[in-house]
Ligand binder design. Structure first.
Ligand code: ADP
Length: 438
């Protein structure tokens, strides 16, 4: 190994140099000259070794030069260590050149950032799309290269499940979508694409639904008004006419609920990326909500359990609408008592809405949060359902970083769970002045 006695192994070169000096002394009888010659031979020999070593360093793919025993042993150890390195090195180091080569040829923008978030590499497409020069930005923090709160927050939170949409430039329409994935020790590969068109289309769709719903509201209010007037005018007359008017009234009310759900959904979608951090006292919110629902469901029991007293950082109106959808569904699709529970779990506080009703077959569960998806259309319509309730719940869950879980068995009932992340929970009493109920 390297720590082997270098001088011992190099002693042959040393002795040969001394021998050279000795031969010189035999001829000249001059000690000084002989020593000078011995030292020069030794220095020249080591100098030559050094030149060969430097040459090898410049061409590491070649075999190391064969030198004197000491130098050779050192070179041997260096060679062994180096040839072992690719296998010992982190996978990142081994795979990066290959990865970079393939990413460089891509038309999509790709970047590599290291653990702390510094730019390690990016391809030409990234330079073009982000308007940066790699030569100038290499080693700088990505959040400094592309300043903005949302990217900083996204990188800090390290939750890369959802892609990040950013509007980085002065053009209010220009939108970029970032997708992060981890690789190696803690490096991240970032794909960036121009999402301007996609963003525009999504906004147009949202605006369209919102505008149509809004425009329908006024004529519908007028129609409902006329139906009520006609109902009062025909009181006591033709039963068939009364039945028709009742049916018109029911359908008009259904349309009203649909429009209000669509408007609410489009509002929630339009503010989905915004920060929601009002401190909500969940115990108060749930007590309020259950109290409000009870008069409308006089023959039903709603049991409220609140073993947790944690508050949540969020939007009170959104949370209230999501939870009321869950509780109303439980009431609609069951006949026995409905339990609403606010509790702590290992991952964070959770809201449970439990019923002992008809339950849901497992095959429907993954699709429940789709708009207008109904397990049983007739029953949903009979109960005045719009098919949008769980879509609203899902959007509210996403914008509060919560997860919605559904446990259900046909004939046994269902439990809908909204599990919030621990970082959205606030211990009650930490800042009571800021707490608000819905
Ligand atoms: P709807 O307005 O029709 O209730 P939702 O989006 O709220 O629409 O629910 C979607 C479907 O999921 C419902 O049509 C119903 O079939 C089913 N569902 C929701 N909650 C329950 C529940 N607690 N028990 C049984 N089925 C449910």
């Amino acid at each position: 190994m390297i720590e082997r006695n270098f001088f011992l192994l190099e002693s042959r070169r040393f002795l040969l140099s001394l021998a050279g000096g000795g031969v010189c002394w035999l001829f000249t009888k001059d000690w000084m000259l002989s020593l000078l010659i011995a030292a020069s031979v030794l220095a020249a020999s080591w100098g030559w070794q050094l030149v060969r070593v430097y040459r090898w360093f410049a061409h590491p793919e070649d075999l190391p030069p064969i030198g004197g025993a000491g130098v050779r042993s050192i070179l041997h150890d260096v060679y062994v260590l180096r040839s072992r390195q690719p296998h010992n090195a982190p996978a990142t180091q081994r795979s990066q050149p290959y990865l970079k080569e393939s990413l460089a040829s891509m038309r999509d923008a790709a970047l590599i950032i290291d653990g702390p978030g510094n730019l390690v590499w990016c391809n030409d497409a990234a330079e073009y799309l982000l308007g940066i020069s790699f030569a100038e930005e290499e080693g700088k923090l990505l959040s400094k290269i592309l300043p903005g709160k949302s990217l900083r927050k996204y990188l800090r939170e390290e939750n890369f499940q959802k892609p990040l949409r950013l509007k980085p430039g002065p053009d209010p329409e220009f939108c970029l979508q970032f997708e992060f994935s981890r690789f190696g020790a803690n490096d991240r590969l970032v794909f960036v694409k121009d999402a301007t068109e996609q963003d525009k289309l999504e906004r147009m769709r949202r605006d369209f639904v919102g505008n149509v719903s809004h425009e329908l509201r006024t004529p519908l209010t007028v129609i409902k008004g006329y139906i009520e007037t006609l109902q009062s005018l025909v009181a006591g007359s033709d039963a068939a006419l009364k039945k028709s008017l009742l049916s018109m009234d029911t359908q008009a009310s259904r349309m009203e609920s649909l429009i209000s759900d669509l408007l609410w959904l489009s509002r929630i979608e339009s503010v989905e990326g915004e920060r929601k951090d009002d401190q909500i006292n969940m115990v108060e919110l749930l007590a309020d909500l259950c109290g409000e629902l009870t008069p409308a469901w006089v023959d039903r029991d709603i049991e409220l359990l609140t073993p947790s007293s944690q508050h949540i950082l969020g939007d009170a109106a959104e949370l209230r609408s999501a939870i009321s959808n869950l509780v109303i569904n439980a009431l609609k699709y069951s006949e026995a008592v409905v339990t609403v529970k606010w509790t702590d779990t290992v991952v964070g506080p959770a809201l449970l809405v439990e019923d002992q009703g008809q339950g849901i077959d497992a095959k429907h569960i993954p699709r429940l949060t789709e708009r207008f998806y109904r397990v049983e259309k007739s029953r949903s319509q009979a109960t005045g359902g719009t098919g949008l309730g769980l879509a609203i719940v899902k959007h509210v869950a996403v914008s509060h970083d919560a997860k919605l879980f559904v446990d259900s068995q046909p004939g046994r009932g269902s439990t809908f769970r909204l599990v919030f992340p621990a970082d959205r929970a606030v211990i009650a009493g930490n800042s009571p002045a800021a707490a608000t109920s819905a």
